[in-house]
Design a protein around this ligand. Structure first.
Ligand code: 5GP
Ligand code: MN
Length: 324
């Protein structure tokens, strides 16, 4: 990529008085890890915003990330920033409510990402479509700029890469990705400890919720498609937070016959959040019609329809994309 853009990004960081680093909504390990690594570099000059309400707060799994406890949320953020940096944010609609107003008002905006579908919505865009994760993109920026990566920064970047590569299993894991992971371990990351914190940290209630909704999976088209519908009463019964639905689509994808797994979650009776996973099919094609995005084998969208109607629309589109 053109290094003059990277230089401009650092010029803007230098002149900015107050910077806000923004995650995407429903934050995952990549957006949070990248955000915290960048915050540890920028120190007091930057605040971090996790796009959730105070009631939802920081996802439990990632509370161990250095710097995350200083995070602001959508309820306690002010419009005082002259530079906004979005990390791992594939499209502008992943910045919502007050954060979107702040983004739109800011003198300067920067987008650091790795989604191929990212259309460059900021004033300065550093999007590396073949990087495994936003964490990998930031690691390479730090290297390019000779920025020292501390043990805490390394932990954050390792979480990004580990989680977005599905523990180095997905095809986005390149030899460069593993070399970066090795460098992070040399910087002091305890890889098995971090893997335990990210993956063996579920509550009993979460596992019971997941098994309850998974037991209601509908299998369509000769077991090629698995669809899980999650309504508000399922969520209320288990007092489920956003984290509760993570990993369900991945579990269903592990079934031999399943080519696409879909998790549809209802909110406010009118909107349905869709998560898709596949082994071979390009699920970005499926979500395109609903203005969604993501990666070839992991994509999502929001359909402004109640759960059942959203399911009909989605299944039609899956049928079309799979040529069934
Ligand atoms: P997840 O299913 O884990 O929520 O998301 C999988 C991938 O799809 C992520 O890379 C995420 O960026 C993308 N994605 C999920 N939901 C949406 C959405 O509503 N809009 C867009 N543009 N991308 C999404
Ligand atoms: Mn990511």
């Amino acid at each position: 990529m053109d290094n003059s853009i990277l230089n401009k990004i650092f010029d803007e960081i230098d002149v900015a008085k107050k910077i806000l680093i923004v995650s995407h909504v429903n934050p995952d390990g990549d957006t949070l890890g990248t955000m915290c690594a960048l915050k540890l570099f920028l120190k007091q000059k930057a605040d971090i915003l996790i796009q959730t309400d105070a009631k939802i707060g920081i996802p439990d799994t990632y509370k161990f990330l250095p710097a995350i406890n200083e995070a602001k949320n959508l309820d306690n953020i002010e419009d005082i920033y002259d530079l906004i940096i979005a990390v791992d944010v594939a499209s502008i609609d992943r910045i919502v409510r007050k954060a979107r107003i702040i983004f739109d008002n800011a003198k300067m905006t920067i987008n650091i990402d790795h989604h191929k579908t990212n259309n460059g919505y900021a004033k300065l865009n550093w999007v590396v479509g073949d990087a495994s994760s936003a964490g990998e993109v930031l690691f390479n920026i730090f290297k390019e700029k000779n920025i020292q990566i501390t043990k805490d920064m390394a932990d954050c970047l390792y979480v990004s890469i580990l989680t977005d590569t599905g523990c180095f299993r997905y095809e986005n894991t390149k030899s460069e990705t593993l070399e970066i992971a090795a460098q992070l371990i040399k910087l002091g990351v305890n890889n098995s400890d971090i893997a335990k914190k990210c993956y063996n940290n579920k509550t009993k209630n979460l596992v019971l919720f997941q098994s309850s909704v998974i037991s209601k999976t509908e299998f369509l088209f000769n077991n090629k498609v698995a669809v899980v519908l999650i309504n508000e009463s399922d969520l209320n019964k288990f007092d489920a937070t956003n984290e509760y639905t993570e990993g369900i689509a991945e579990t269903l994808r592990t079934i031999k016959t399943v080519e696409i797994s879909a998790v549809l979650k209802e909110s406010n009776n009118q909107t349905t959040k869709v998560s898709l996973r596949s082994d071979n099919v390009d699920v970005c094609e499926v979500v395109k019609r609903f203005n969604g995005g993501g990666h070839i084998h992991a994509a999502g969208c929001t359909i402004k329809k109640p759960l059942k109607i959203a399911k009909e629309l989605l299944v039609c589109e899956i049928e079309r994309c799979l040529n069934l």
